[in-house]
Design a protein around this ligand. Structure first.
Ligand SMILES: C[S@@+](CC[C@H](N)C(=O)[O-])C[C@H]1O[C@@H](n2cnc3c(N)ncnc32)[C@H](O)[C@@H]1O
Length: 460
């Protein structure tokens, strides 16, 4: 059922510009049985477009895989759910879903998406209208907002300019007044998915000051308009969801915890299909990059709340392990050059201390240790005959190529999974923070050696 969109009051428009979170990239699909797994196309698709996420994957890839690998109603797992591409596509095809996601903001986005079908569009429209009246009245008066910015959210430059901050706080006063929890969550998603756009920071793709990226600071912005536009998009998509969901009830479990604690939540041999993409070995710092959302949504009160996320993040982060003397593999892989490659990396740029090869070798070792734990987990929870499709990108650390796909495949075989194939649908990938940062030595020309692979693993 598509309700006619109500006519909303025109909100005053100030500067408006959209920051792409994920750069799009030409692809080479010629020789693969999978669609391009890159997230870019999701930005225009119902529900997926609500929350941009770096390194998310495309709904076409997931949809194609679900149809190819699961021809009955089953249980689909994404151990690294991000903002829920796998989960949303799986519920649209009538499957039960389970998602682990360590980042509370991303887990919240998953939760809101899979539950959104229960919201009444009419109530949402009423609430949007109520917001508009509230906002217009408060912005144009000498109203002093009750809400305050998160105390411990510290940034080098002020995150919001004073005029923008006042509008954001007015929005927060309104959100606090919403009685229905689900509607309130939709407003929180509308805010958190747009909040950086009107700040003095931007995603490049890591979060940095606008001025450092050659952009002007934002002194004023029509925050209300951005929120209303987002909410109208959400309302439209909820109506679309209600039309397209095959079942009355959705069976979805979102677990805001590390996948490595799977045994607390899942029984063995219970999952039919895994479609996932763990963090790449590129040190993209999900927690730092979502600090604005984590603090403003109340998931972080201070740095102490971010630390555990860093330690539990798949592969940890370079910053977390670079100072350790020598972090080695916790497993051995016969007939593999993984150890030699890590040692070669360790030797590079020793004079650069924590910025030299040893720090990166520590990071790579902790990454492959987690690949090992992940493979064990997959073997434990897949039903016999079940498949795991894992999208993973290779890396170049200090000029040394790390074929993460090959090593994960070897690890999977070593622990007794079948490596059915490694497919490379995306032969070039845009350079990541590893090759752009000045503390790292690999050159941008290496980007042509970056690719994304899909590993197909099967439980025997
Ligand atoms: C490549 S992204 C996945 C994006 C997802 N495919 C999507 O389309 O939105 C990897 C995700 O893994 C999450 N993550 C990292 N370590 C984790 C862990 N130990 N357990 C669960 N999730 C984790 C990160 O927060 C990040 O959202």
């Amino acid at each position: 059922m598509n309700l006619p969109i109500k006519h909303f009051k025109q909100l005053p428009l100030f500067e408006a510009e959209a920051e792409p979170l994920v750069a799009s990239q030409p692809t080479d699909n010629g020789r693969s049985s999978f669609s391009d797994p890159a997230f870019a196309t999701n930005k225009t698709l119902p529900v997926h477009r609500w929350v941009p996420w770096i390194a998310g994957f495309s709904r076409e890839f997931v949809r194609g895989a679900l149809k190819q690998y699961l021809n009955h109603q089953g249980i689909v797992l994404d151990p690294f759910a991000g903002v829920g591409t796998t989960l949303v596509e799986a519920i649209l095809l009538g499957h039960q879903v389970v998602g682990f996601e360590i980042n509370p903001y991303a887990a919240f986005a998953c939760q809101v998406k899979v539950n959104a079908y229960q919201s009444s569009i009419e109530s949402l429209h009423d609430e949007i209208e109520r917001f508009q009246s509230f906002y217009i009245e408060k912005v144009s008066s000498d109203y002093v907002p009750n809400s305050a910015p998160p105390k411990e959210f510290k940034t080098r430059a002020r995150f919001y300019s004073p005029q923008v901050l006042r509008k954001v706080l007015i929005l927060h006063d309104f959100v606090d007044s919403i009685k229905d929890n689900q509607l309130q969550n939709l407003f929180r998603i509308a805010f958190s998915s747009t909040m950086v756009r009107y700040s003095n920071y931007s995603y490049e793709p890591s979060l940095g000051r606008r001025v450092s990226a050659g952009k002007e600071e934002i002194h004023d912005f029509s925050v209300g308009r951005a929120i209303v536009e987002k909410l109208l998009e959400i309302a439209q998509d909820i109506s679309w969801l209600q039309d397209h969901l095959p079942a009355k009830e959705v069976n979805a479990k979102i677990i805001n915890d590390s996948f490595f604690r799977y045994q607390n939540y899942l029984v063995s041999e219970s999952i039919d299909l895994i479609i996932t993409s763990p963090p790449y070995l590129n040190n993209y710092h999900y927690n730092r990059n979502t600090r604005p959302q984590l603090y403003w949504l109340g998931y972080a009160q201070g740095p102490q709340d971010l630390k555990p996320l860093e330690n539990d993040n798949f592969g940890k982060y370079w910053q977390t392990v670079r100072e350790q003397e020598s972090l080695s593999l916790t497993f051995s892989l016969p007939h593999s050059d993984i150890e030699e490659r890590l040692e070669a990396l360790r030797e590079i740029n020793a004079q650069r201390g924590i910025y030299g090869g040893n720090g990166w070798a520590n990071y790579a070792a902790s990454y492959f240790n987690d690949c090992y734990g992940f493979a064990i987990g997959v073997k434990h929870i897949l039903k016999p005959g079940g498949t795991a499709l894992v999208v993973i990108g290779n890396s170049i650390l200090q000029g040394i190529m790390m074929p993460t796909d090959k090593y994960l495949g070897q690890i999977a075989e070593h622990i007794g999974l079948e490596l059915v194939k490694i497919d490379i649908p995306r032969a070039t990938r845009i350079g990541n923070s590893i090759i752009q940062s000045n503390v790292r030595v690999a050159k941008a020309k290496d980007s042509h050696r970056l690719y994304e692979a899909v590993l197909e693993l099967r439980k025997r």
